[in-house]
Ligand binder design. Sequence first.
Ligand SMILES: Nc1ncnc2c1ncn2[C@@H]1O[C@H](COP(=O)(O)OP(=O)(O)OP(=O)(O)O)[C@@H](O)[C@H]1O
Length: 354
Amino acid sequence: MDDATDRSDALGIDLAADRLTRTSADDIERAAEAALRPRSLDEFVGQHVVRDQLSLVLQAALGRGTPPDHVLLSGPPGLGKTTLAMIIAAELGTSLRVTSGPAIQHAGDLAAVLSSLDEGEVLFIDEIHRLARPAEELLYVAMEDFRVDVVVGKGAGASAIPLSLPRFTTVGATTRAGLLPAPLRDRFGFTAHLDFYSADELERVLLRSAGLLGTALDAEAASEIASRSRGTPRIANRLLRRVRDWAQVRGDGSLDLRAAQAALEVYEVDALGLDRLDRSVLEALCVRFGGGPVGLTTLAVTVGEEPETVETVAEPYLVREGLVGRTPRGRVATPAAWAHLGLVPPSAGGTLFA
Ligand SMILES: Nc1ncnc2c1ncn2[C@@H]1O[C@H](COP(=O)(O)OP(=O)(O)OP(=O)(O)O)[C@@H](O)[C@H]1O
């Protein structure tokens, strides 16, 4: 049994269910991530307000001996929503069942998951905004009344047989809270939004991860990687693994500033931490559309991505860094975007290199 499986088992995670929703390449990446996941609220770095609020919710529930209210976690990818769901189950001393909106094609799929839950379990629904409407409606009733209505037969002769469920806690995760219908949102007693991490917090994530990987990361290297991790622990951990590769293959094994800078150059992570997708979006905005405004769909087609990927993966960080603005007429490049690409905005003399 590998370390990741070991840790997952320790948290009672239903890996088999998780695998149903993942490709094998994702599995490998997730196994590497799993080994670095914090396992308790105390180990979870940053997000102080969310941690404090959640800790209260969990302690109160434990004190009462009843499952806590349903929890909704929103925020960009890689900020710790899945990790928090696992921590919630671990802190409650119960097991976690994992599924996702796209994995549930029909209401019957969800009914099957719900009816297999044990008392007090945590049901994690990743990408909950992508649940099909009939499944969503079934979930309303399950979350509120701990009941599913199993429909038997078709057409006029169909009837609903109520099936009561054990009390459980839903933890929903979404990168797009705005897409959740109000009736579903209202059924979560606690909602939290995870924000990008500061460089200091990411340094702590990195030093902790390096310790778990059994490597010594020096302070300068930690600071360099943190500043190029787009405020995201998943990216910080991924870059750390790439720096470790570089140090092992091309360096002398030390995870120092030289190794960090050289590896980040090989992997085309620029000074702001922008990756290829971020830069394609900026370049399309500035070079192709003269700085905008341009609609999300057009922008996504230009960079060869789904609009949802551009909107949830690239855009939040570009907006936060002040490189892209969102206006009612579409996305616009800010002066900082032109400067970052080394270009001069058209009003200042055309899309020439500065
Ligand atoms: N607060 C944190 N402290 C330490 N490590 C963290 C923290 N948050 C996330 N991580 C690390 O980042 C990785 C990604 O986190 P996680 O899978 O929970 O993100 P997510 O928000 O669920 O992403 P997605 O929306 O893509 O599913 C985890 O493996 C974990 O090691």
